[in-house]
Design a protein around this ligand. Sequence first.
Ligand SMILES: [Zn+2]
Length: 168
Amino acid sequence: MTAARSWIDTAELWACAVHEAGHAVMASLYGLTVRQIVVHQRGSRMTDSGEGGRCEIADQLDTIDASPFYFLVYQFGGAAAEHRAIGRRSSRDARDREQAENLAWMMCDCDASSPRIAQLLETAEQLASARMLDDAVWEWTHAVARVLLKKRRLSGYDVHQLKPQRPR
Ligand SMILES: [Zn+2]
C-alpha cells in the first residue's frame, strides 16, 4: 500500500511557487496572456495529480497570435524554473510533459510515433532552459515566486509589474 499523498510543507510550497512563476514568466516572454497564477496554503493537501498550484493563460491554441510553438516553451517553463532554483525535477514536470506531448502531436498533425514530435519537444525544452539561465529572466521569476508565496494568487498584470526595471 502506498502512503497518502503528502501535505504541502514549506519547501514544497517554494518549489510550487517557483514552478508556477516559471510558467507565467515564460508565457509573458512569448506573448501569451497570463490570467492568474495560484499556490495553495502550506499544510493543505496536494491534489491527486501532485498539484500545489496552477498557472492559467487566456490563450487557446487555435486563436493565439503567437506561434503555437511558444505554447510548448510555456509548458516547459515550470520545470526550467524549478530546475534552476532547486536543481531537481518533480511530479509536476511529468504532467506538463504529457500535456506538451499532446500539444506537439496536434501541432505536427503527424503520427504519434513521428520523430518530429520528439524534436519539437526537445527544441522547446531547450529554449525554456536557456531562457531561464538568463539572469534577468531568473530574477523576474524569483520575484514573482516570492510575491506569489505571500499573496497566494497573482494576476497577469501583477506578473508584468514585477518585471525588474533595468537602467539603460
Ligand atoms: Zn507546470
